[in-house]
Design a protein around this ligand. Structure first.
Ligand SMILES: [Zn+2]
Length: 108
């Protein structure tokens, strides 16, 4: 049993993800800080679109294809860091515990 660092009790701690699953949609909307961190998958659409357009232009032998490929590639590389950070935040979220007594979120 894990002891809450705030109220020093361990009798009412549960996994945050378990607690999150029991919440109603209204309660979830009222506690966005407890939600699982999002992955922002829609952010990948724009650089992949640029890469696709670059490939299409390259096939039709337009020099702009090189610009599209280079731009899309650089964009994807710049997103890599934030994706790694989001994955780390989600891993932490899965490990986090929740104190039902004082509503404190903590890592074991
Ligand atoms: Zn507590």
């Amino acid at each position: 049993m894990h002891v809450c660092p705030v109220c020093r009790r361990g009798d009412r701690t549960t996994r945050l993800r378990t607690y999150w699953r029991t919440l109603s949609p209204e309660a979830r909307a009222g506690a966005p800080h407890l939600a699982r961190p999002a992955l922002d998958e829609e952010r990948w659409a724009a650089p992949f679109g640029l890469l696709t357009v670059g490939c299409a232009l390259l096939v039709s032998e337009v020099w702009l294809g090189f610009v599209g490929l280079a731009g899309g590639g650089l964009w994807l590389v710049s997103l890599r860091g934030s994706v790694t950070q989001a994955a780390r935040q989600r891993a932490d979220w899965r490990r986090q515990l929740f104190c039902l007594r004082c509503r404190h979120v903590f890592l074991p």
